[in-house]
Design a protein around this ligand. Structure first.
Ligand code: SF4
Length: 194
């Protein structure tokens, strides 16, 4: 299945109750050939309106972080664990994550990422479970680099704070900026091998 076909399927999906209040499902967007995937939690208000991931204030900060390490937003594929907005921006529940996981799984299998950057707890918990990594609090492992080695590939997983965490807390914002600057070399290295 191609990514566009999958994105169309997501837009029509009614597998969980989140479809009832959505304006738009938000499948994801970006370059699927760069080998870099960013995974957030779920769409918020602006994402639901526009049908695009990370377009609100947190998205603006994410764009700045990407710029800071010298890559363009279009160079990476950005998506969320859950593709429709939960009411009042609450965290998606287990049933919603389970219902929606088939899409993230397909995106990962189509893109075959070399780097997965998780943004926030929901994405970290999902990806750490999937790859059987020892999960710890984001406050302990943010910005750390984890490597999954299989016979034919190596995937780098980097859990980051959700950019929204830095919006109203200058100290956290600086911590987030530092984490992103630290991974500049790793990300550039993957991009240069394209
Ligand atoms: S959140 Fe996922 S599973 Fe639920 S309706 Fe939207 S696309 Fe379908």
């Amino acid at each position: 299945m191609e990514i566009k076909e999958l994105e169309e399927e997501i837009k029509r999906c009614k597998r969980c109750n989140l479809h009832k209040n959505r304006r738009n499902a938000v499948p994801g967007e970006g370059d699927i050939s760069s080998g870099i995937m960013l995974i957030g939690e779920a769409p918020g208000y602006h994402e639901d309106v526009q049908g695009r991931p990370f377009v609100g204030a947190a998205g603006k900060f994410l764009n700045e972080l990407l710029q800071l390490i010298g890559i363009k937003r279009e160079d990476v594929y950005i998506t969320n664990v859950v593709k429709c907005r939960p009411p009042n921006n609450r965290e998606p529940n287990e049933d919603e994550i389970k219902a929606c996981s088939k899409y993230l799984e397909k995106q990962i299998s189509i893109i075959r990422p070399k780097i997965i950057i998780t943004l926030g707890n929901v994405a970290k918990n999902y990806i750490f479970k999937k790859f059987k990594l020892r999960n710890e609090a984001i406050s302990k492992i943010h910005g750390k680099v984890f490597k999954i080695q299989s016979i034919d590939s190596c995937i780098i997983i980097i859990p980051m704070y959700h950019p929204a965490a830095g919006l109203y807390d200058p100290r956290k914002k600086n911590e987030i900026i530092k984490d992103w600057l630290n991974i500049k070399g790793i990300v550039k290295n993957v991009l240069s091998k394209d």
